[in-house]
Design a protein around this ligand. Structure first.
Ligand code: ATP
Length: 240
């Protein structure tokens, strides 16, 4: 078996008065591209943010290449839901991507030649070089999604977390982004993508994790039908 990038063990997360994730256990191996599904409010974003160390767990642990989320921060690329980013900030595409790096490297350090190289490599991979001097607020939905991806890629992460990356993205851009995610996975990046798009989950990913209270589904995509995925999504879990 190939090396484990992400190991989630006996993981429980609650908000005051409510258990969201109960005893979640799974591993992602190097180079896997895995979909995370679940109904609205099931806890997908909560799980992604807890893997990043932004939400504390009540119990259990997460390790990324053997390190805690805090130790592994620069090894995790996070693409949040598009509407959560501050698009009205007057900054260019290049500036937004460099800012994303500064967040993990520390604001006080001046960017080195290596940092710039990584930023431009990320812009190129996300097909944004022709838009590098544009103000981010002027971009289309698909272009904004690419900016968030380039920000995440600029630190060359081992683990990429994508939260609903197809919302407000047209079909050709979605297809092009999916090709890029598959290529990144082929090169060894491990990708966990939360999505409501069951077709993308089945067609693009090798495995699907389903959240309903805890982890209620962990299956290779070739054993899953679209109907089965929809049934999972629309079966409600009564919380106690
Ligand atoms: P969606 O598909 O709608 O994005 P999700 O599966 O990503 O949903 P989460 O955003 O993880 O779900 O939210 C899980 C549950 O936790 C929801 O019921 C939400 O209302 C609740 N929740 C999220 N953040 C908080 C918070 N900071 N405090 C209290 N409850 C919260």
């Amino acid at each position: 078996m190939s090396e484990v990038t992400l190991d989630v063990k006996n993981f429980c997360v609650s908000y005051p008065g409510r258990d969201i994730l109960t005893d979640v256990n799974f591993q992602l191996h190097r180079g896997e591209f895995v979909a995370l599904i679940g109904a609205n409010g099931a806890g997908k974003t909560t799980l992604l943010r807890a893997i990043l160390g932004l939400i504390p767990a009540q119990s259990g642990c997460v390790s990324i290449n053997g390190f805690t989320p805090r130790q592994a921060r620069s090894a995790i690329g996070y693409v949040p839901q598009k509407h959560l980013f501050q698009w009205d900030f007057p900054i260019t595409v290049t500036g937004a991507v460099m800012n994303g790096k500064a967040k993990t490297l520390g604001w006080l350090r001046r960017p080195t030649r290596e940092d710039w190289l990584q930023v431009f490599t990320a812009l190129e991979r996300a097909e944004l070089l022709h838009l590098k001097d544009r103000i981010i607020g002027e971009l289309s939905g698909g272009q904004k999604q690419r900016v968030l991806l380039a920000r995440a890629l600029a630190s060359d992460p081992a683990l990429l977390l994508l939260d609903e990356p197809f919302t407000g993205v047209d079909a050709p851009t979605q297809a092009s982004l999916n090709r890029l995610y598959r290529q990144l996975a082929k090169e060894g990046m491990t990708i966990l993508m939360s999505t409501h798009d069951m077709l993308a989950a089945r067609e693009e990913c090798s495995r699907v994790l389903g959240i309903r209270g805890g982890l209620a589904l962990d299956s290779p995509t070739d054993t899953l039908t679209l109907e089965g995925l929809h049934r999972f999504l629309h079966t409600h879990h009564e919380r106690s």
